[in-house]
Design a binder for this molecule. Sequence first.
Ligand SMILES: Cc1cc2nc3c(=O)[nH]c(=O)nc-3n(C[C@H](O)[C@H](O)[C@H](O)COP(=O)(O)OP(=O)(O)OC[C@H]3O[C@@H](n4cnc5c(N)ncnc54)[C@H](O)[C@@H]3O)c2cc1C
Length: 439
Amino acid sequence: MNETLGKPVWWEDALPVDLPETALPSQTSVVVIGGGFAGLSAALELRRSGVDVTLIEKNWPGYGACSRNIGLVTDRVAGTSTGDLDGLLHGVKRSDLIEEGWRSRDYILDLIKRENIQCGLRQRGELVLATSKSVYETMAENLKLLEKKLGPVGAYMLPKQELHKEIGGRASKLYHGAKVLQENYDLNPGQLAAGMVQRIAELGVTICSSVQLESVERLPNGTFTAITDKGDITADHVVWTTQGYSGKETGHLQKRIFPFLAHVVATEPIPRDVLLEMMPTLRGAADTKQMFFCFRPCDRDSRLILASDYFRTDDDYKQSKRILKSYRKLFPELGDIKPEYCWHGNMALTSDQLPHIGMHEGMHFSAASSFAMAFYLGSKIAKRILNTDRILNTDDTATLFDDMEIQDFPFYSGNPSLLYRGFRMLFNGMDYLNIAAPK
Ligand SMILES: Cc1cc2nc3c(=O)[nH]c(=O)nc-3n(C[C@H](O)[C@H](O)[C@H](O)COP(=O)(O)OP(=O)(O)OC[C@H]3O[C@@H](n4cnc5c(N)ncnc54)[C@H](O)[C@@H]3O)c2cc1C
């Protein structure tokens, strides 16, 4: 495991992409800071319209959460699955926000097809496992209301007595039924990131790896100088897509985006019959706890990908043991199957858990905790710039998050450790009292 400690299984054969070393130019039209999905999506959209784009990444493009996640294509906007569908969340109807989430999913699926990116995209569906009878009933009720309001949504409820059709082990006894999202997709996020990097490189985006942005100055003529550890670059537009890796150089963003750290394990290959015993339909799954279990089969072979049990440590080895131990409670079949990869990544958590997009001191930014939304918001930023520069004249720039101001994260000033412990206590408490919101 030594060689694979800290390295996502998704990086195998995919990342980092072999790119020629590129010096930082002194001038560009748009400088994008952060080579995750939001940044790559913005760069692609801009470059497709012929704009001169420079992407600055302090590691290498694809290094962040974009290639460290589980790979479930999520279209859920936080806070929309409970409460009245006509009720307002920050002034926007919940049902409208649900549809905005669907638009983000459609956007990424269309982009993968359009750009012909091979990333193991599969429509296997996904399970939401209910951790109590009342959660199951609430999920069923919410699903009915959703179908009444928006029509068929490609989901159905599976009662406890039929759960064994979807999930084996002790899990089928522990959970109280599930919502089956039969049309959901999963993919290999490493291949998606690599495909995006290759595409923007082919199109001529200037990609500067190992360049850290340190600050940005606004010039009297409205343009910007981005100051990096490798020199300065002037640009007409600046796009911040640093997400859960936003440090103090990001100014106002750092206090508004909490880097919620999560660990993931990929097991050693599991015999197929054992895997099918645990997950007969091979759908990815997450349960409804706050400290949730989330797992799926790996796309390339019979490994299981497991995430849970948030714990703020950089010790991937220790954490891999803890994760496997907790999953053996769900699946005793895991027996002495060992973790082979373990890594961690930062999710970009905002105080209202909603995605955000906007401008601050003349610079664009976005924040999202799902990768479909990161792609979607990145493309919206690009279209706004294309409109401003009169390269396009499109009204496809608006989102329902436009008027939602990104707020400071309470009690967070840049050091996540203390707050993280608080989160764990709060989430454990909510799970103990069984009051997590059904998904
Ligand atoms: C463990 C885990 C599991 C997840 N599972 C899922 C899932 O199943 N489904 C889903 O939809 N979402 C999931 N997510 C969330 C999803 O991965 C993120 O929402 C999304 O990838 C983040 O956006 P991004 O890709 O644009 O940012 P990132 O990939 O995080 O990119 C930000 C980049 O900015 C760079 N950067 C930061 N500061 C600077 C600077 N000063 N100068 C230059 N570069 C800088 C960083 O190095 C980093 O590469 C998960 C996240 C984690 C961590």
